[in-house]
Structure formats: C-alpha cells, structure tokens
Write a protein that binds this ligand. Sequence first.
Ligand code: A3P
Length: 321
Amino acid sequence: MSSLECLFVAYRLQPICPIEGRFGARGQAEFPLRALQFKRGLLHEFRKGNSSKEQVHLHDLVQQLPKAIIIGVRKGGTRALLEMLNLHPAVVKASQEIHFFDNDENYAKGIEWYRKKMPFSYPQQITIEKSPAYFITEEVPERIYKMNSSIKLLIIVREPTTRAISDYTQVLEGKERKNKTYYKFEKLAIDPNTCEVNTKYKAVRTSIYTKHLERWLKYFPIEQFHIVDGDRLITEPLPELQLVEKFLNLPPRISQYNLYFNATRGFYCLRFNIIFNKCLAGSKGRIHPEVDPSVITKLRKFFHPFNQKFYQITGRTLNWP
Ligand code: A3P
C-alpha cells in the first residue's frame, strides 16, 4: 500500500481525528499537534513561535509547490472555495493570495521564493493557492505551464452580471472607505454614447469568461480545468465540493457535518470539528446596490452568447439567463 493510500485508509477510520491518528505514532509522541492546529497551518504556528525548525524537520514537513490553483474568477467565491477545500485533511491552503504569476516583480523573485510562501505540509498532502487575478492576466498561463504543465486548475464562476455587480460593490466599498465618490454601476457598465454595454469596463470584461479561458487553452487541455458553480457553492456547497474532490483525485472526506448554514450571516460556514468552526469575513457576502433592471437585462443579453460558448468549451452548462 502506498503512503498516500495509507493516509486515506487512516482518514476513513477516523474522520475527525488528531493528527497523530493520521500520521503515525511519531507524531503522537513528539509532536502532539491536533489536526485543527495543523489545518490552520503549521507555518502559522511556526511564525507565532509555537513550533521550532526542528519540529518541522522532525515531522518531514515541507513547503510544496501547489498541485492545484484556484485561478479565478474574482468575486466568484474563490475564498469560500479555498476555505472549504481546506476542510479536507489532504489539502493545505496557502492563506494569502500570493500573486506570483501575475505580478512581474514577484515573478522575477523566482520559483523558490514562491515555494517558500507555501504553508508547511506533509508530502502526501496537496497545497492549493488562490489568486483570482491569474485568470485574467495575459502572462499567467505560460508562466504556470512552465512551472508545472500538468497542474490542476480550478475556476469558480458566478452568473456574469451578478459577478460584475459584486466586483463593482467591492470597488465602491473601497472608495467609500476613503471618503471618495464613485460612479453608479449603470454609468460604468453602459457606454453613454452608444447606450451599449461598455466592454472597456473591467468588471464587464472579467465576466466574459470564455475570452479568458481561450487564452488558457493555448497552454492547457480542457481536462486540466474544473469549473465550479459559484452560485451553487453559496446555496448548496457540498455537491460542488464533492465534484472538486473527484477532480483532484481525493477520497470524499468533506461532509455535511463540515458545513452548516448560519442564518445571521446568510451563508454556509465551516465546521472543522466540535471545537473549531468559522464563517468567512464580513467582506464576503456584501449587500449589492440596486441596479436598474433594464441595465441588468442588457448585460444578460450581452453575456448570453459568451456563456453559450463557455458551456460548450467546458462541458458544464450553468443555468444562467
Ligand atoms: P458577494 O460579496 O458579492 O456576495 P471572492 O472570494 O472570490 O471574492 O468571492 C466573494 C463571494 O463569495 C461573495 O460575493 C459571496 O457571495 C460568495 N460566497 C460563496 N460562498 C460563501 C460563503 N460561504 N460565505 C461568504 N461568501 C460566500
């Protein structure tokens, strides 16, 4: 039996168990870290001074390049997806957006710099990072391909008009925080001269998913992508996560137990175990401003043909209007 299989057998026997149960007696005797602490990232503990370099070395912990990346889409639910996948015992998330492949200055620092930004994990685990800007940045597919041409790529999408409004809402909030005024969404999304959809507006361009995906397909075959339905991840996260587990060749470990609906937040929150649960930050799930229905209709009509192409390319049909 391979060490990976061993790991999964151990999981099956003990769904929520201390780390020592999963990784052998050595962990129990010398490093009684519970799964919870581990899942929050040993690097985090390491930085807080709660674990030493020797402990990291002793437990064969390594900083691994990601085997899968959530490349986008901004406001699609990328944080929720990453946090939910991190419920899986074989997944370790990079907490911060690294922006290695989309930022020239970071990219110039080299792949070792990137690897050192990754959390500590056991070699059998997989590291996942998310940087939503990757999806729309021209240079990124080639750069990721050069790192690992067989990497798995996750794209979480939402109905394009809703995503564009969510994008706008985030920018609006930033402006308001700085006491700045900002245009209404309608003014940005519709060109006042032509009364057509303003394709120069970034929030609109980002929602033309097929255009971006086509650039990625010059480097990676479609089989290396998995599309997550971000609207369904909000209302019914488990089946979406199960599809991702399958895509990543992970045994199904995330269960209904790990996800509970929090009526106050209006979203699903995460339960790691009996002690530790958490909801996403308040910046996830903002109230969107009201948008003129005729503008919504116009945008939906505009996105329709691009959506059809996206369904056709990806083989995943989403019920967008
Ligand atoms: P809104 O703020 O428009 O509601 P991202 O992490 O890519 O920035 O995406 C943010 C979006 O994630 C939020 O958009 C929210 O709707 C969605 N989301 C999905 N599942 C969520 C969850 N469980 N808790 C909070 N937000 C969630």
